[in-house]
Design a binder for this molecule. Structure first.
Ligand SMILES: [Zn+2]
Length: 174
């Protein structure tokens, strides 16, 4: 709806709102006082207003554009980055957990193999020590992420050796 003001030749002013049809008055209007046809004047008024509305806005300056991009996208990007970091950490934790489980399984398998063939304890200990030696060699070559896992495996093997020794001491005391 476009507000239209008519200043009639008789001196009467009148106003109304209209929804133009193809940019012009859909019906004729007449002065409420002298009944003079005001349609032509209303059409000129509508043409002026509609021309102003369809004129393109002056292009925003580059700085205005950049500021609006920064202010609208920066928080979104920061959130996306935070999400990515959180997901990366979660993935690393999952990997480490999976690695811990794999390391425990590997150690269990090693112990099971040694016990299955009834390897003498000293030989078992030597096997564990050899495995630690291999892991320590790997440790020197590995990236930081893998080092954590290798340290963990070595720690597990040391605990296993400690457990074996404790068990053997208990046997000897009996
Ligand atoms: Zn009039």
């Amino acid at each position: 709806m476009i507000p239209v003001k008519i200043f009639c030749a008789c001196g009467q002013k009148y106003a109304f709102e209209v929804e133009p049809t193809e940019g012009a008055m859909p019906v004729t209007v007449n002065c409420p006082v002298c009944n003079r046809d005001g349609t032509e004047q209303a059409n000129r008024h509508l043409a002026k207003i509609l021309k102003g509305k369809t004129q393109p806005l002056p292009p925003p300056s580059v700085n205005t554009l950049l500021n609006s991009v920064q202010s609208s996208l920066a928080p979104h990007l920061i959130e996306a980055l935070k999400d990515a970091v959180v997901q990366e950490l979660a993935a690393q934790r999952r990997e480490l957990l999976a690695g811990q489980q794999a390391a425990a399984a590997e150690l269990t398998e090693l112990a099971r193999r040694l016990e299955a063939v009834q390897t003498p304890m000293l030989e078992r200990l030597r096997t564990y020590e050899e495995r630690i030696g291999e892991l320590e060699q790997d440790l020197a070559d590995q990236s930081k992420e893998n080092r954590e896992l290798l340290k963990l495996k070595i720690e597990m093997l040391r605990e296993k050796i400690e457990a074996e020794r404790t068990a053997s001491r208990r046997v000897n005391f009996n």
